[in-house]
Write a protein that binds this ligand. Structure first.
Ligand code: NAD
Ligand code: MG
Length: 373
């Protein structure tokens, strides 16, 4: 695994569309598609869907926090473009990303006689996107779907790249597949209603992307808050995720880099019984692994204060609130470990990280170096 530098990134293309400029990032994965990013774009969902797809029935899949806010606008746009629209709405929250909800979604489509030429629209955060994507991937062996992400995390991360899943009792994302959407429609206006904690959690993934790939983005994040520059920050993050996905769509190598901060982060989340948000866990994990990497002589020491500083600026935690033994136990249960080796993503410098396979016997030493006692 080599780190990839910011030079690998192609910038977003800017196109005319409906008289207004439309930022579009093209993803050349096993299915090629565009990520379109623009304030107010939700009202153009219908025409954009109609241009791409021949079917004229659409099922909007959403959760009960998002649908009341944006469902009507999405449905009206689809109807005005000639779609007959139905909706499947389930209770919000990670607990609902399960086989039961997934089964209900499949039966919903079946009962209403949806066919393979029809369309699924995922309107929501990562929970909706993952579940609706897995439903689309498997209903009648695959129907087209459009991601309409409504959280910062889902705009910069989960809606792009085609990972779909539901959780099993044994853990998160244990049943799923790779299945790319036909379009990702990002409307930053939808973020106005996002709860503050969810905004912060999304910022943690944005900071992660900057530490991984881009000193320029990192600089941007220190100059002004993400919320004052949603469009350009989302475009930058999507562009970098696109590069990773194009190089390693099926997660056999470089895509693992996106787990920066996630090994320790997941362990912290698990220790908290998931009362600590994923983004907060990632922030803590990034701080800890940067400390460890500096301690081990892998990372430029100048990076640590920069990382701690920006996380604190965004109101994110940086200290591991659990003892070493608990973190170690939780980290060992993490599915990312391959055999007896734990793959830590470690920073070397700002914009450059690598995957470090750490043998089981050395994990505790790494955690200690990360400041966990
Ligand atoms: P989420 O979907 O649960 O959304 C967080 C909360 O915000 C929910 O209660 C939701 O109802 C609410 N919400 C969403 N949009 C809103 C809006 N605009 N206004 C008001 N409330 C809104 O969580 P998330 O953080 O978006 O996604 C987390 C999920 O994403 C996890 O299940 C994770 O496994 C998955 N994920 C997937 C990938 C991938 O590549 N597929 C990557 C990262 C994370
Ligand atoms: Mg994450």
């Amino acid at each position: 695994y080599g780190g990839i530098g910011p030079a690998a990134g192609r910038g977003p293309e800017t196109e005319g569309g409906g008289g207004r400029p439309l930022t579009t990032i093209h993803v050349a994965a096993s299915r090629a598609y565009d990520v379109a990013i623009e304030q107010g774009l939700l009202s153009r969902l219908g025409p954009m869907a109609a241009e791409l797809l021949s079917g004229r029935r659409a099922a909007v899949i959403s959760d009960d926090a998002v649908f009341p806010l944006y469902g009507a606008l999405a449905e009206r746009s689809l109807q005005d473009a000639g779609f007959q629209v139905e909706h499947f709405v389930f209770p919000h929250g990670e607990q609902q990303k399960n086989l039961n909800t997934y089964g209900q979604a499949l039966n919903f489509l079946c009962d209403r006689r949806f066919t393979r030429s029809d369309l699924i629209v995922a309107l929501g955060g990562g929970v909706v996107g993952d579940l609706a994507g897995f439903t689309a991937a498997t209903y009648q062996r695959g129907v087209a779907y459009i991601q309409v992400p409504t959280t910062l995390l889902s705009m910069v991360d989960s809606s792009v790249g085609g990972k779909t899943a539901v959780d099993l009792d044994s853990g998160k994302n244990q049943a799923g597949c790779f299945y790319q959407p036909s379009l990702v429609l990002c409307d930053p206006a939808l973020l106005a209603s996002l709860p503050e904690a969810e905004y912060r959690a999304g910022c943690a993934e944005v900071i992660k992307t900057a530490v991984l790939f881009s000193p320029e983005l990192f600089q941007k994040l220190t100059e002004a808050p993400v919320r004052e520059q949603f469009e350009s920050v989302i475009a930058a993050c999507v562009g970098m995720k696109r590069d990773v996905v194009e190089n390693d769509e099926f997660d056999r190598g470089q895509r693992a880099l996106l787990n920066l901060g996630h090994t320790i982060g997941h362990a912290v989340e698990a220790c908290s019984n998931f009362t600590i948000l994923h983004g907060e866990g990632v922030a803590i994990g990034m701080a800890a692994i940067t400390r460890a990497a500096v301690e081990k002589g892998i990372c430029n020491p100048a990076l640590l204060p920069q990382v701690l500083d920006i996380l604190q600026k965004y109101g994110l935690p940086t200290e591991v609130p659990y003892p070493l033994a608990d973190i170690q136990k939780a980290a060992e249960a993490d599915k990312k470990r391959s055999g007896s080796v734990t793959n830590f993503v470690v920073p070397e410098a700002l914009g450059q990280c690598r995957v470090e396979p750490v043998p089981a016997g050395e994990v505790a030493g790494w955690l200690k170096a990360g400041g966990i006692r």
